[in-house]
Write a protein that binds this ligand. Sequence first.
Ligand code: FES
Length: 165
Amino acid sequence: MGTQKNKLRFSRKAMQQVEELISHYPEKVAALIPVLHIAQEEFDHISPEVVDLVAELLDTTPSHVYGTANFYDMFRFKKRAKHEVIICRNLSCYLCGSERLKKNLIERLQTEPGQSSTDGRFLLLEAECLAACDKAPVMMVDEKLFEKVDADNLPEDLTRLLEKS
Ligand code: FES
């Protein structure tokens, strides 16, 4: 076994899960995706240290770990934001002004889609469809859906959160 020069360690419980997973595959690296899930759960996001740790445990390279994690939307590379704001970018919402809404949100949250605000409080995301096309444009704030959103008049729940900063 190689020596662990990496300072970051999984908790005992997470390490047991990782070992259990690895035991199901002929090659350690085949457990990469489930191990990344455990890592994200344990460390909040996939930092460069997490990439190194996972690479070391699965006998692969950091670039392979990073490249695989980067391919999937479900892995984060930055600390989880306190609040998630999701806007729909699909056709019905687009035709009903979601672009203007997006511009306004970028300005108010001071971030870009796919990124967290500089204070780390808000993560702005785009979704393909939030299943409320007849109420377009729609957006979500922390899993609460807002319909027929007026770009110049953001939902009160969001403005309240913005005022708290
Ligand atoms: S297109 Fe926006 S909710 Fe479906």
